[in-house]
Design a protein around this ligand. Sequence first.
Ligand SMILES: Cc1cc2nc3c(=O)[nH]c(=O)nc-3n(C[C@H](O)[C@H](O)[C@H](O)COP(=O)(O)O)c2cc1C
Length: 173
Amino acid sequence: MTESTIQTTAATAALCDDFRSMMSGFPTGVAVIAAEDLDGTPWGMTCSSVCSVALDPPTLLVCLRDGSPTLQAVLASGEFTVNLLHEDAQGVAELFASGDPERFRVTPWERTADGAGPHLPRDAHTIADCTVALTQRMGDHVTVYGRVRDIRRPSGRPPLLYGLRQFAAWPAT
Ligand SMILES: Cc1cc2nc3c(=O)[nH]c(=O)nc-3n(C[C@H](O)[C@H](O)[C@H](O)COP(=O)(O)O)c2cc1C
C-alpha cells in the first residue's frame, strides 16, 4: 500500500460552508464503508464520497474523515467493504453517520467464509469487497483507493439517494 500527503493551507470558515453548500447540490448514492480492526471489531460509517476510478482493474475511491475509527480499521486491515444502501435503509444511513458505538449491535451484519466484511445484506442492494491500493491525505480527509475483489447483490432494490442535505428515494417509473 502506498501513501502520499498533499500539503494544504487552511481555508476560511465561510469558504468551507460555501463548499458544503455547493456539494449538497451534487446528489449521490449512499454507502456504509466498513472494516474490521485487527481484533475483529467491526467499524463503519455512512459515506457519499464513493467514486469509480478505473474499470480495469475495477477500482474505486472513498474519502474518509481523518481521525475516524472506521478509517483506522481500514488502514490497519488493508481491506474494506462498500455497502451501497437501498431506498429503505435511511435509518441505517443515519445510524452510521451518528458515531453511535452500538451501530453494529443493532444492525445485522456478517462476514463471508473467506473473512470479507462487514457486510450489511439487509440494507445494501450491492456489496463490494476491496483491498486498499493507495491512500492520499488531503486536508482533513484521507482518500482511500480500493481494488474491487468481489461484488455481491443481496437485492435488486433501488438505491438510497442524498442531496440538498436530505435523503430521497429513486423516482418511481
Ligand atoms: C449522507 C451522508 C454522507 C456522508 N459522507 C461522508 C463521507 O463521504 N466521508 C466522511 O468522512 N464522512 C461522511 N459523512 C459523515 C460520517 O458518516 C460521520 O462523520 C460518521 O460519524 C463517521 O463515522 P466514524 O465514527 O467512523 O468517524 C456522511 C454523512 C452522511 C449523513
